[in-house]
Ligand binder design. Structure first.
Ligand SMILES: Cc1cc2nc3c(=O)[nH]c(=O)nc-3n(C[C@H](O)[C@H](O)[C@H](O)COP(=O)(O)O)c2cc1C
Length: 179
C-alpha cells in the first residue's frame, strides 16, 4: 500500500502541510513526498501508488498561474520558490487513467478571506476527476495568517489527522470485498 504526496509551495506553508499529511499517512502506509518538479521528473512513480495526494497554495481563487507566481515572488520578504511549474500545470499534464485511481487534494489559504469561494484544492480535484481519478475524500483547506504564512496554530496537527484519515479510508477502498 503506497501513497504519493505531490505539492507546490511558494513560501513553504503548503510544503509543511504536505509533510504533515505524509506523517499521518505514514503511520499506516508507505509514503513518498515530491514537489511538482520532482513528480514531473518521475512519471513512473504515480502508476505504482494506491493514492495520489496533491496540494498547493490558493492564488486568485484557484490553483496558481504563472502571473500569480510572479506576483508571489515580487511580494516575498524571505525565501520564495522561483520554479516555473505549478500544481495546475502538473495536474493538467497528467495522462487519463482508465482504472479509477484514488486521489485527494488540499490547499493553503488565508484565514481572513475564509468566506470567499475558490480553492486550489477544489480546482485540482476537478482536473483529477476529469483525468479519471476517484476522490477518496472532499478537498481540504489549511489556513495561514497572511500571504507568506505562518500556518495558523493547530493546522499542522489537523493536516496530520487528515493524513491519518486518508490512510483509514484508503485501506478499505483498495482491498477488494470478500465474496
Ligand atoms: C498572487 C497571490 C494570490 C492569492 N490569492 C489568494 C486567494 O484567492 N485566496 C486565499 O485564500 N489566499 C490567497 N493568497 C494567499 C495564498 O493562499 C498563500 O500565500 C499561500 O497559502 C501560502 O502557501 P505557500 O507558502 O505554500 O505558498 C494569494 C497569494 C498570492 C501571492
Amino acid at each position: 500500500m503506497d501513497a504519493v504526496v505531490v505539492y507546490e509551495s511558494m513560501y513553504g506553508n503548503s510544503e509543511r502541510v504536505a509533510r504533515a499529511v505524509a506523517q499521518g499517512l505514514g503511520e499506516r502506509v508507505r509514503v513518498l513526498v515530491l514537489d511538482v518538479d520532482d513528480a514531473a521528473a518521475a512519471p513512473d512513480v504515480l502508476p505504482e501508488a494506491d493514492l495520489l495526494v496533491a496540494g498547493g497554495p490558493t492564488h486568485a481563487f484557484g490553483m496558481t498561474r504563472p502571473a500569480t507566481r510572479a506576483d508571489a515572488v515580487q511580494r516575498a520578504t524571505g525565501d520564495v520558490s522561483r520554479r516555473t511549474r505549478g500544481l495546475r500545470e502538473w495536474v493538467e499534464s497528467m495522462p487519463r487513467t482508465a482504472d479509477a485511481r484514488l486521489a485527494a487534494t488540499f490547499d493553503t489559504r488565508v484565514t481572513k478571506v475564509k468566506p470567499l469561494p475558490g480553492s486550489a484544492a477544489r480546482g485540482a480535484a476537478k482536473v483529477l476527476r476529469r483525468a479519471g481519478y476517484r476522490l477518496l475524500t472532499a478537498p481540504a483547506s489549511f489556513y495561514v495568517g497572511d500571504v507568506e504564512g505562518p500556518l495558523d496554530e493547530g493546522e499542522l496537527e489537523r493536516a496530520r489527522t487528515w493524513g491519518r484519515a486518508l490512510a483509514d479510508a484508503l485501506v478499505p477502498a483498495t482491498v477488494p470485498p470478500r465474496v
